[in-house]
Design a protein around this ligand. Structure first.
Ligand SMILES: Nc1nc2c(c(=O)[nH]1)N[C@H]1C(S)=C(S)[C@@H](COP(=O)(O)OP(=O)(O)OC[C@H]3O[C@@H](n4cnc5c(=O)[nH]c(N)nc54)[C@H](O)[C@@H]3O)O[C@H]1N2
Ligand SMILES: Nc1nc2c(c(=O)[nH]1)N[C@H]1C(S)=C(S)[C@@H](COP(=O)(O)OP(=O)(O)OC[C@H]3O[C@@H](n4cnc5c(=O)[nH]c(N)nc54)[C@H](O)[C@@H]3O)O[C@H]1N2
Ligand code: SF4
Ligand SMILES: [Mo]
Length: 702
């Protein structure tokens, strides 16, 4: 792309790239590379029809992260007690030799399953994110169930719709009503707002936001429905009740495309607005008004977020929401229907990247969200296999992000656990490691990206050299494979070769071809993404009565038809508040918490508290409060407001634990209970008590 000469003699070239972060937007980027070695301005590609020239503030300042003085640049060996942050620099050979020798010895002593490679989506590049599975499978190390983010959404979406596709997200710009249900795109995927803004400008479209508190997205909305957390299925059922009652049920659509419409209608007879009002805390008139607006608007696009599913009843809630456009037949119309993820449009063959030809189904699989239980020897997780004595971590920061962090920390402190963490920064997880390895960032290695929230396949190529001795995830896996005797053709290829081969094996053009075009739009045609040719179930129908046994093992508790499941951690006498642990705007999970600009914007860990609750508890704006439950307690500053119902409290995060007074972070309070039927973390499903700090001190002194 463009080359420019600066007055001071520097040259800068603008290069195409793609945002690697765990965000549905997967923005097409244009990055200014200065003198071949530094990152300047980062912009969204205007020519990409989804990015449309817009990216979030945190990535527009990416130089702050890339050229951060605290970046890890050398392998480190722990010299003090675990967590002491005392390390000395060692060579890569020593670091990899030590890791491999220890893994070989541990596997000989306890069996290969004693090693647990553990990862998530720090980078979403397919090669650098998922390559760890190749090492896992070849070595027969323990497998990982990926539950920390999407499992609950997946279960609920599959139950009814049956396939991870949906109406083209760009159709939002052509809708007359957009319902953002349980997500906060102003913070978490800004491009959704771009397409909503287009619809509002061109068509006077209405925006409805369903969220327990007044997020930036809710502020922008025409209607904000501030539900009690964990009650979305009740709202969806009442809207369907009204649709049947008032003649908006599309019976012909359902006769063709749904399994049991008559049974659904009979079931919903008692799911009245009054019933839903008592559960959700919304006024009957507000439920009626929303239902009328939704039912009367043909082009009504529901953009479902993840937030409302991070609940013990989240899968049932997702299923209930997806039933709405089925009852009202909106899937059939342009800009109508519901969308969560486009994952299934890409038909990847990941054999090479993940070593799927080496999988041994007999090896144990453990739930990543239950890492605390795993590391502290809980037999429900370990099964009959060995305890975990070796952890190899890439792309995630579980000491901060995983639920029940006190238990997680206890696990990481075990003296008989050997932990290797490959990271950009000395995160709180890296600080617990025996060996820390320095990782490249996205513009320092090659990779391939798919977008969950739109339809583009993109290549992010290496643009600059990494600082110091940083190595990519793929290179580290290669270095370990040779020492462990792990044989697979994937370890012999460069990352670029893996990108090219994977594209071709999956039926897409090769790497150079896609780079030439800048991206490939994989959007399926209208008939496919609107399910005109049938839904993703075997019978081609949407299922109001899902066969939950096909979805997850804990299916017996699931409702037969869409319904409010009374299984949440409900408010009760000793824990009268419902806590929502929502994402902050300037951080992405715990990433970007290293940057001064974002930290300044976020201020400090803060609990948003309703004015009535604050008055009753004697909490003042800016005062200290303690929130607790049976897992522990945390101390934060209070802010009065937030637009939620009384009895709801919100902490935006994920601040490092060390930023909280006393060092215990928000996930001290969140539970590692797996949501039925498939598992999945329940980050926004927590009942807590709240005291002023002085009241808590007085109790402690008794
Ligand atoms: N700035 C920023 N961007 C991010 C992230 C981040 O941490 N920060 N995280 C990234 C990741 S990994 C993901 S998965 C996505 C997630 O992005 P989202 O889909 O936006 O999901 P959540 O992050 O869980 O929370 C979104 C909203 O759900 C609301 N919510 C909580 N409980 C309920 C409920 O019971 N009902 C309803 N209706 N709403 C509820 C919360 O109040 C919050 O405003 O964002 C990605 N983008
Ligand atoms: N309280 C609360 N907790 C939550 C959530 C919530 O809403 N509330 N959301 C949950 C959700 S949705 C998710 S997805 C999880 C996510 O949690 P994590 O997956 O832990 O996400 P991050 O905190 O962003 O950490 C990713 C780490 O990967 C590193 N990394 C990035 N790129 C690379 C790379 O190329 N190589 C290597 N080796 N490392 C790299 C980054 O430096 C960063 O430290 O958190 C969950 N935790
Ligand atoms: S909106 Fe999401 S994908 Fe786009 S630049 Fe920001 S973090 Fe990256
Ligand atoms: Mo996530």
């Amino acid at each position: 792309m463009g080359i420019s000469q600066h007055p001071d003699g520097m040259t800068s070239i603008t290069r195409s790239s793609v945002c690697p972060h765990d965000c549905p937007s997967t923005c097409a980027l244009e990055i200014e590379v200065i003198d071949g070695s530094r990152i300047g301005a980062v912009r969204g590609a205007a020519a990409n029809s989804y990015t449309d020239g817009v990216i979030c503030a945190k990535v527009s300042r990416y130089g702050e992260r890339t050229h951060h003085p605290e970046r890890l640049t050398m392998p480190l060996l722990r010299t003090g007690p675990k967590g002491s942050r005392q390390f000395r620099e060692i060579s890569w050979d020593e670091a990899l030799d030590r890791t491999a020798e220890r893994f070989i010895a541990l596997a000989a002593q306890h069996g290969a399953e004693t090693i647990w490679p553990y990862y998530y989506a720090g980078t979403m590049g397919l090669v650098q994110r998922d390559g760890i599975n190749r090492l896992r499978h070849v070595m027969k190390y323990s497998r990982q169930q990926k539950t920390i983010c999407t499992a609950v959404c997946e279960a609920g979406w599959l139950a009814g719709v049956g396939r991870f596709i949906g109406p083209d997200p760009r159709e939002m710009a052509e809708a007359d009503l957009i319902v953002v249900w349980g997500g906060n795109p102003v913070n978490t995927q800004v491009n959704v707002m771009t397409h909503i803004a287009k619809a509002r400008k061109a068509r006077g479209a209405k925006l409805v936001v369903i969220d327990p508190y007044r997020t930036g997205t809710a502020v922008a909305a025409d209607i904000h429905l501030a539900v009690r957390p964990g009650t979305d299925a009740a709202l969806a059922c009442a809207v369907m009740h009204i649709a049947f009652r008032d003649g908006f049920a599309e019976r012909a659509f359902m006769a063709k495309y749904a399994d049991v419409p008559e049974a659904l209608e009979a079931h919903l007879a008692t799911r009245t607005p009054e019933w839903a009002s008592a559960i959700t805390g919304l006024a009957v008139a507000d439920i009626e008004a929303f239902a009328k607006l939704y039912c009367e608007t043909t082009r009504a696009y529901i953009r479902v977020g993840y937030g409302f599913t991070r609940m013990r009843n989240g899968a049932a809630a997702m299923h209930a929401v997806t039933c709405l456009p089925t009852v009202t037949g909106k899937w059939a119309h342009r800009a109508g229907g519901a969308f969560w993820s486009n994952r299934d449009i890409y038909h990847w063959d990941k054999t090479l990247i993940e070593g799927l030809d080496a999988v041994d189904r007999a090896t144990r699989t453990m739930d990543m969200s239950r890492i605390g239980a795993v590391l502290t020897g809980d037999r429900r997780e370990l099964g009959s296999g060995p305890e975990v004595h070796g952890l190899f971590i890439q792309n995630t920061n579980p000491v901060v992000v995983a639920p029940n962090s006190t238990l997680v920390m206890r696990g990481f402190q075990r003296e008989d656990l050997f932990t290797v963490v490959h990271e950009h920064f000395m995160t709180e997880t890296a600080a617990m490691a025996d060996i820390v390895l320095p990782a490249t960032m996205f513009m320092e290695h090659d990779d391939l990206y798919q977008a969950g929230g739109h339809s583009h396949i993109q290549i992010g190529a290496k643009l600059i050299e990494p600082p110091g001795q940083c190595r990519s995830n793929h290179e580290v896996l290669q270095g370990l494979a040779i020492r462990l005797g792990a044989i697979h053709r994937g370890f012999e290829m460069t990352a670029a070769d893996m990108v090219d081969s994977t594209l071709r094996a999956s039926g897409w053009p090769g790497m150079a071809d896609i780079q030439e075009r800048r991206w490939l739009d994989a959007q399926p045609d209208f008939e496919t993404c609107h399910f005109v040719n049938g839904f993703g179930q075997l019978d081609g129908k949407f299922h109001f009565a899902p066969d939950w046994s096909r979805i997850g093992p804990n299916h017996a508790v699931m409702p037969k038809l869409p319904d409010q499941m009374p299984v949440i951690d409900a408010a009760q006498a000793d824990r009268p508040f419902r806590l929502v642990a929502a994402p902050a705007r300037s951080f992405l999970n715990s990433t970007f918490t290293e940057n001064a600009t974002g930290r300044k914007r976020e201020g400090r860990p803060t609990a948003l508290i309703h004015a009535d609750d604050a008055a009753r508890l004697g909490v003042t704006d800016g005062g200290l409060v303690v929130l607790g439950n049976e897992q522990g307690s945390i101390t934060v500053h209070a802010r009065i407001g937030g637009g939620m119902q009384a009895g709801v409290v919100v902490i935006e995060s994920i601040w490092p634990n060390a930023d909280f007074i006393g060092g215990r972070g928000v996930n001290t309070l969140t539970s590692d209970d797996p949501a039925p039927p498939l598992g999945g973390a329940v980050f926004h499903d927590t009942a807590v008590w709240i005291k002023t700090a002085s009241a808590a001190l007085a109790v402690a002194a008794e």
